[in-house]
Design a protein around this ligand. Structure first.
Ligand code: ZN
Length: 348
């Protein structure tokens, strides 16, 4: 893939009329990735990134709503804390795509990525460097997902301040270290950072929940260092990422393919599934691939084939299972998780 050059636009005010545009229309005013610094009473900025994935508008919709309400209330933008807004893949948003064919996935190329150097990767490194100079307070990256998932927050570090930030959004929290190159992992080096999964595209509740969360973060004076009561949080740890190898055909019934996925899959999300749960019917050598946090193939540990059915070998809890074939191809089929509550730092 040859990537076209890409440059970061940096602004210190909101362009006139920007809040009126939906994510697909942003391209009419923004040339590409844009970092906008908005002033506020407390000077350490909250960093908010939206549209890392072009087809996930929740972040932009929540920010629009929050800023419009603020403007309406005060007649001007008066924020309790400075906010740096990073609007990511506006070209993909115009096409309602996760990313375009000539682009990498914008949430896989942040510092810490194991992908080869690219112009977009340089741009993300520049954003991190800019925010480091400003003495960032906390970082939020907003996403939609497909399938039936609860709203949840992800952290890349087990640290009380990070868990407090996550808990402010949801009691369901996922800790992961792979995939690499995600925004929250890069920002976790500078400040408490979370990735928020706000449900399906178009879900009003997801937008409202995200708006409330951003607003609450702007009003925080600090993030507590003390431990959370363990019963206040459901912490899960990603143990494997499951993909369908490129050469394997797949589909849902009545479609015939090497892997015929169970139509029940989306309902498995965040459910503790027993060993023996069937994920797919297998034909002509179809298989899945599961890799652990270190990128090692661990398929045989989690999946086995029995009488033509691909089944879980041990109990697991999936997330992000989706019936969207494009998402399965571009990202993955799902993640497998296990409970991690015993790792929540103890109260002293
Ligand atoms: Zn996303």
């Amino acid at each position: 893939m040859t990537e076209t050059p890409i440059t970061l636009t940096e602004l210190d005010r909101l362009p006139e009329g920007l809040l009126e545009l939906n994510s697909a229309e942003l391209i009419s005013q923004l040339e590409g990735p844009t970092l906008i610094h908005l002033d506020g009473e407390r000077k350490q900025p909250l960093f908010v990134s939206v549209l890392m994935h072009g087809n996930e508008p929740v972040g932009w919709d929540a920010v629009r709503l929050m800023l419009s309400q603020c403007l309406e209330r005060h007649g001007e933008l008066r924020l309790p804390r400075a906010m740096s807004l990073f609007i990511g893949n506006v070209r993909a948003a115009a096409a309602s795509a996760r990313h375009l064919p000539d682009q990498p996935d914008f949430n896989r190329v942040w510092p810490g990525t194991d992908q080869p150097p690219s112009p977009t990767q340089q741009l993300m490194a520049e954003v991190v460097a800019r925010m480091a100079q400003r003495g960032i307070f906390a970082s939020i990256d907003l996403h939609n997902n497909t399938g039936t998932n609860p709203h949840y927050a992800c952290v890349n570090r087990i640290d009380n301040r990070y868990l407090h930030l996550a808990r402010l959004f949801s009691r369901t929290v996922v800790y992961f270290v792979r995939p690499t190159g995600v925004q929250s992992q890069a920002m976790a080096k500078l400040c408490p950072a979370v990735t928020l999964e706000c449900g399906r595209v178009g879900d009003r509740h997801g937008i409202e929940h995200a708006r409330e969360f951003i607003d609450a973060c702007l009003h925080l004076s600090e993030l507590p260092e003390h431990a959370l009561p363990a019963q206040d949080i459901d912490l899960f740890h990603t143990v494997a990422r499951v993909t369908i190898p490129e050469q394997i055909s797949f589909g849902f019934p009545p479609h015939q393919a090497q892997l015929v996925l169970s139509p029940e899959l989306e309902r498995f999300n965040f459910r503790e599934l027993p060993a023996g749960t069937a994920f797919a019917r297998v034909r002509e050598g179809g298989y899945l691939e599961a890799r652990d946090e270190h990128g090692r193939v661990v398929t045989d540990r989690y999946f086995g084939t029995e009488e033509g059915e691909l089944k879980l070998r041990e109990p697991a809890m999936p997330s992000m299972l989706t019936a969207d074939a494009t998402v399965i191809r571009q990202d993955c089929l799902c993640y497998l998780m296990e409970r991690y509550n015993q790792h929540v730092p103890a109260r002293h």
